[in-house]
Write a protein that binds this ligand. Sequence first.
Ligand code: NAI
Ligand code: COI
Ligand code: MG
Length: 363
Amino acid sequence: MSKQILCLPGDGIGPEIVVEALKVLDVVKSQFDLDIEVSEGLVGGASLDAHGVPLTDEVLAVAKKSDGILFGAVGGPKWDDQPMMNRPERGLLKLRSEMGLFANLRPAMLFPQLAEASSLKHELVAGLDILIVRELTGGIYFGEPRGVRTLENGEREGYNSYVYRESEIKRIAKVAFEAAQKRGGRLTSVDKSNVLEVTALWRELVTEMGAADYSDVELSHMYVDNAAMQLVRAPKQFDVMVTGNMFGDILSDCAAMLTGSIGMLPSASLNEANQGMYEPVHGSAPDIAGQGKANPLAQILSLAMLLRYSLGEIEAADAIEKAVSDVLDQGLRTGDIASEGCTQVGTTEMGDAVVKCLQVLSS
Ligand SMILES: NC(=O)C1=CN([C@@H]2O[C@H](COP(=O)(O)OP(=O)(O)OC[C@H]3O[C@@H](n4cnc5c(N)ncnc54)[C@H](O)[C@@H]3O)[C@@H](O)[C@H]2O)C=CC1
Ligand SMILES: CC(C)CC(=O)C(=O)O
Ligand SMILES: [Mg+2]
């Protein structure tokens, strides 16, 4: 039976970069004889414009049945005055929570060819390979109660709730410990346990699990403010980092710049049944949307993660990652990773170059 991929391009640069990933998928389908059917749906602002909601029940139902979801990005100034619960970003948050996609894997590795593009000195980032494991369906992004209320003196007060249950902490910690076992054997748990009870519980449980079940993993703890500083001071000290939803969101954008650009970082969001949604770490980049400038490599690398994790097509995933590396070897760069002596290209040319490298690899 064919594997089903649901493609949700979204808004801004989303559709521009998803098109490039789909070109790459077409090539690997024929090269590796993959039986994959792709369907497409609306999400975010595109869905709001068409249906009045950022995610329809129909699209959610297809997502739940698919073998993998390739997601672009959502949001943009056009929809910024929507009520919070109807913003484009809600479409993404609803997909994550309704599908239970609690484990967000955000690898930040430096392609050696991009050392020049990193905002840090070469010696600080050479060989960089970090995995950020971010809890994705809990924490302050989902906690209740939330809202804006009017106090007795007429002043308005905004509030959100930072909540984690033991079971939520334990299941993301398990993913992170197991990832560390398969990698360099080191795990840093990032929290703010000196201030927030919820993350004091986080630290207590992670410590207990480390001692009881993962004595082979070298566990350390770090406060999130220090972790942000350490990421730009000496990022290679990290192997796997595990943290909550909001801290992971922020730290992964920070880690992106170590690799040259946020346009390089893919991600996988997995649930307990190992269903997955795959998307770049970046957003819809309204400042460059429609200009043919966006870097499609994070999206293309997200497709490689989909093939690897959800479809088990390791050879196809390896081929895509090799093709991306070959394109960088050729000196091709979109504006965000441009450096002296390289050839600057647009979104389409970058996608075409990956396709060409795949074709050369198989000939
Ligand atoms: N997963 C998602 O769909 C996400 C959506 N957003 C939404 O995206 C919109 C814009 O948010 P921002 O804070 O500006 O973050 P952003 O990640 O969209 O953009 C930040 C900066 O990075 C650049 N950039 C991002 N992706 C790039 C790429 N592939 N190639 C070259 N440059 C790239 C942008 O041009 C911009 O200067 C907002 O509506 C926000 O809510 C933000 C983050 C994640
Ligand atoms: C809902 C998204 C806009 C949150 C985000 O920035 C992300 O997941 O990276
Ligand atoms: Mg983010």
